[in-house]
Design a binder for this molecule. Structure first.
Ligand code: ADP
Ligand code: MG
Length: 477
């Protein structure tokens, strides 16, 4: 060690001492040893990885400032973690260079920095000599684009808390479970992306259980299981998607069990998704299932109408497409249990509209939805219309067939006929017969009467529109 190095560090310490309380100083700064001063880069040795992470998390600004004070604006700090000195909180994890704020000077050996070529890992980025884990995340999956609703509140909030403090909340592991298409992958990746955004130095890794399994098969084949395990032990936030896939895969489960234990013990974050609750996972070892239950299992439910509308609205905005509120509501009303399907409808709708140069109106929406939802092909029946109108006026449906001339009954009857004419393909004759055996001219007369009333009475017009919508929207019931 050269003298300058010690002097520079001593000066830094004087600045630091003025800015932290004595206890913190004693705990976190006295154990540090300066080891090398190379130009404007000062290398300090810290006892272990945990120590390093703590410094980075709590004192990074102070360290930066004090180093720059001594070495100028370009002054930088590099941490050295002695090999084989990981303490109890980081059992076997090798030191991780991706964590060191020394990303430049790639080809120079830096003390204690791990060389990528020493380890075979499945995600190495070619061309980068210094080890860096490619997170495999899709950056489109963010919290911003993950709409909150009652259906996902717990899972989403837990995710936000984890992203702020990975590995340090009670939610470890976090198991997100729920049916297909409800946003498990999106949410799990949103956590990963947010961690990556907040903590540049943390290694995040997203992997599907299927890929994970295939990697293990390869590792076994190549006699490289240890490398595989070591690689995974370097990850700070491990996301494994669709763990139900591990079912029945004994060897994979065994290796995963070890990785899980290592990561969990050293305070790294584990996030898993599954198509069912951990307790219902079949073909997975009990010891794994019991660990899945250590943290939080949060389910995603099918979103309610309002949430579906908010989701679709957001997606449309992203695509810069405008849709009338009516059509939006219609789509969301009919696509009830799956967000992926909702997106499917949207994509088809956009495609249709562009291909045949048609506006996206209710008719087009209906056509498209028909191809997604079988039940929609259900015809609107005269009986259904009569029931809806009778319910609205709070009268018995049979009143629409009777001879009574009581004004409210007459209006209800005429309105029901008008809607039958407009919304079904039935003939005037059939419609007339369905209203207590009236003839077709009565239906014509009724339709005119309703039109007149609509022209003169706004409230009535609204009622007609409301009923019409209700009938359309109820197609799926
Ligand atoms: P899963 O993994 O549960 O099968 P995904 O995460 O793949 O579901 O979600 C399916 C689609 O629905 C994705 O495109 C996702 O962006 C979208 N999605 C699901 N839930 C939401 C939500 N709450 N807000 C916005 N988009 C969502
Ligand atoms: Mg998924």
């Amino acid at each position: 060690m050269n003298r300058d190095c010690q002097m520079v560090w001593d000066s830094c310490l004087r600045t630091i001492k003025k800015n932290v309380n004595p206890q913190s100083y004693k705990t976190w700064f006295e154990p540090i040893r300066p080891v090398l001063l190379d130009g404007n880069v000062l290398t300090i040795q810290v006892p272990n990885k945990f120590f390093y992470e703590w410094l980075e998390e709590h004192f990074v600004q102070l360290l930066k400032t004090s180093v720059r004070q001594e070495l100028g604006d370009k002054g930088r700090l590099v941490y050295h973690i002695p090999e084989g000195t990981n303490n109890a909180s980081t059992p076997a994890a090798p030191p991780r260079p991706s964590n060191r704020p020394s990303a430049d000077k790639d080809n120079e050996p830096v003390p204690g920095v791990f060389d990528a070529e020493q380890i075979k890992n499945p995600f190495i980025i070619p061309g980068i000599k210094r080890f860096k884990i490619d997170s495999q995340l899709n950056t489109n999956y963010t919290f911003d684009s993950f709409i909150e609703g009652d259906c996902n509140k717990l899972a989403r909030n837990a995710g936000v808390a984890i992203a702020k403090n990975p590995g340090k909340t009670a939610f470890n592991p976090l198991v997100i479970f729920g049916d297909v298409g409800l946003g498990k992958t999106h949410l799990a990746q949103a956590i990963g992306n947010e961690v990556a955004r907040r903590f540049e130095s943390k290694a995040v890794l997203y992997v599907s259980a299927e890929k994970f399994t295939n990697q293990i098969i390869q590792a076994i084949k190549n006699n490289a299981v240890n490398d595989f395990v070591n690689f995974y032990n370097m990850v700070d936030v491990l996301i494994i998607d669709d763990i139900q896939f591990l079912s029945g895969k004994q060897k994979t489960q065994e290796i995963f069990f070890h990785i899980f234990n290592q990561l969990h013990q050293s305070g790294r974050q584990i996030i898993l998704t599954s198509d069912r609750a951990p307790k219902n996972l079949e073909g997975i070892e009990d010891r794994l299932i019991s660990r899945f239950k250590w943290g939080l299992s949060a389910d995603l439910q099918a979103p309610d109408l309002e949430t579906r509308m908010a989701i679709l609205d957001t997606k449309l905005r992203e695509e810069k497409v405008e849709l009338s509120a009516d059509v939006l509501e219609f789509i969301c009303y009919n696509i009830q249990n799956n967000v992926r399907e909702l997106e499917g409808v949207m994509v088809s709708l956009l495609a249709q509209a562009t291909l045949i140069e048609r506006n996206i109106d209710l008719e087009l929406a209906k056509e498209v939805i028909r191809s997604f939802v079988k039940t929609l092909t259900k015809e609107i029946t005269i009986d259904f219309i009569k029931q809806t109108v009778a319910d609205h006026y709070n009268i018995g449906k049979e009143k629409l067939d009777q001879e009574t001339r009581k004004r409210s009954f007459v209006i209800a009857r005429q309105l029901a006929m008008h809607l039958c004419k407009k919304m079904t393909s039935k003939s005037l004759k059939t419609i007339g017969e369905s209203f207590g055996g009236r003839d077709h001219s009565t239906v014509i007369y009724s339709c005119r009467a309703v039109q007149d009333m609509m022209d003169t009475d706004m409230a009535f017009k609204d009622t007609v529109a409301e009923l019409e919508k209700k009938i359309r929207m109820s197609l799926n019931d």
